[in-house]
Design a protein around this ligand. Structure first.
Ligand code: GLN
Length: 465
């Protein structure tokens, strides 16, 4: 049934880069027969899942959205994928993304744009736009995404679904095509907090193949969710939350009222509604402040180093050339995304790391990163969670920002500090914004929690939801 829905929605949405029906059906049949024999097949037995194309899947092409990796078929599964399969999940296919995770709209894929299921004239967000749109269009029950600076949360927000960015090191990065290694996180996108918790419980946990993966034991995030029929009237009493001031200020869509249209609600109004709802549930909501981000200096410096491996020798496409240096140049030129994003980013990163500029940019950014981490952790000493929108606007129109990289970078302001601090967040729908006449688009909010506090955070989000 899910494969049928996948193919029928696909002509309009283009969420997938690879689908293997036969393989998925064989997996499902195998699980079915094991179930029939009374075997315990795992907590996700038969659940159809999609995987972002920057996670290695054994025997299934993995391109990270890049033409440069066209034809690369991994010989192994990323740890998160292997754990899903071991828990009985059925992988339906690989989802579209901005090349190497660089972008916020899914328009920067080397293959195809993906469209937003709520309105196909709009982008689904990015870089995990294929995963978020596929979940929203019910092409799968849940999907894996990755989040370096918002790539799970912002598309979840644009597509009206739930996305979880775990604490850095909670989920193994083994088999994830690296963008910025000190920021990259793998996490679930799902239709509900409970579904996301079920997937996270399976994929989280230590892994010898990733030295930055934490040894901390994994809680059963599903078991911690309170049964909703049994809640007191103020289930969030004694919870203290802080609304990040800057995230509701300048540059955030505050809506407008027009002559011919009913008032356009705006992101800030949707968030104010969410705050009221949290207060009704008993939470105290105060205000807190956040520091501007230094994300792009760090992310692009790491990316310029990580992407140097695509030289045409070991992975993907090799360009034609008469000698070695020219082969590097032609492989990178033909394979790595049109200058539009990837080349510009490699150049910016290389510049920030070069002698003479290193202290001014990279070192300084690392210092600010320490301050961001310290301040967010201090705030989380006083509050149970921090609250802000996942993006300053709802999904914009296809093409609207593709020629204006700065305005696209600014759209990441709500999400990137969290990656700098390594903290976890749940993004969940909190309302709609748009002209009331049926063309409103979803607004998502983030609840940010303490490091390795996923269980508490998911509990809170589940009660809100
Ligand atoms: N949009 C941000 C970027 O382009 C974040 C992407 C991500 O989290 N992978 O860098």
């Amino acid at each position: 049934a899910y494969l049928r829905q996948l193919h029928s929605a696909e002509t309009q949405l283009q969420c997938f880069l690879a689908v293997d029906d036969e393989y998925a059906l064989r997996q499902a049949a195998l699980i079915d027969s094991r179930l029939a024999q009374g075997e315990d097949v795992g907590p996700l037995a038969g659940v159809p899942i999609a995987v972002k194309d920057n996670l290695c899947t054994q025997g299934l092409q993995t391109t990270a959205g890049s033409r440069g990796l066209h034809g690369f078929v991994p010989t192994y599964d990323a740890t998160a994928v292997a754990r899903l399969r071991a828990a009985g999940a059925v992988v339906l296919g690989k989802t579209n993304m901005d090349e190497f995770g660089m972008g916020s709209s899914c328009e920067n894929s080397g293959y195809q744009p993906t469209f937003n299921p709520w309105d196909t004239k709009h982008v689904p967000g990015g870089s995990s736009g294929g995963s978020a749109a596929a979940v929203a269009a019910k092409q799968c029950i849940a999907a894996l995404g990755s989040d370096t600076g918002g790539s799970i949360r912002q598309p979840a927000s644009f597509c009206g679904v739930v996305g979880v960015k775990p604490t850095y090191g909670r989920v193994s990065r083994n088999g994830l095509v690296a963008y910025a290694s000190s920021l990259d996180c793998v996490g679930p996108i799902a239709q509900s907090v409970a579904d996301a918790a079920a997937v996270l419980t399976v994929i989280a946990g230590s892994d010898l193949a990733d030295a930055t993966c934490s040894q901390k034991p994994v809680e059963d995030y599903t078991a911690g969710l309170l049964p909703l029929d049994n809640l007191s009237s103020k289930p969030l009493a004694f919870k203290r939350l802080a609304l990040i001031q800057e995230a509701c200020g300048e540059g955030v869509d505050a809506g407008k009222s027009g002559l011919r249209h009913i008032v356009v609600a705006g992101v800030t109004a949707a968030l104010a509604g969410a705050v009221r709802h949290l207060q009704e549930l008993g939470a105290e909501v105060e205000q807190a402040s956040d520091r501007p981000a230094t994300y792009y200096v760090i992310a692009l410096s790491e990316a310029s180093s990580n992407l140097s491996r695509y030289d045409g020798v070991r992975f993907g496409q090799r360009g034609a050339a008469d000698e070695l240096k020219n082969m590097y140049a032609s492989s990178r030129h033909s394979g790595l995304g049109s200058e539009v994003q990837v080349a510009r980013r490699i150049l910016m990163g290389t510049y920030a790391l070069s002698a003479g500029y290193y202290d001014a940019y990279y070192k300084r950014a690392q210092q600010v990163r320490t301050l961001v981490r310290r301040e967010m952790n201090m705030a989380l000493g006083r509050f149970d969670a921090l609250l802000c929108p996942a993006a300053p606007t709802t999904a914009y129109r296809v093409g609207e920002k593709s020629c204006d990289p700065l305005s696209m970078y600014k759209g990441d302001l709500m999400t990137v500090n969290l990656n700098l601090a390594g903290l976890p967040a749940v993004c969940l729908p909190c309302g709609f914004s748009g002209q009331a006449a049926g063309n409103a688009l979803p607004v998502g909010m983030q609840l940010i929690g303490r490091a390795f506090g996923e269980a508490d955070l998911l509990k809170l989000a589940h009660i809100y939801e």
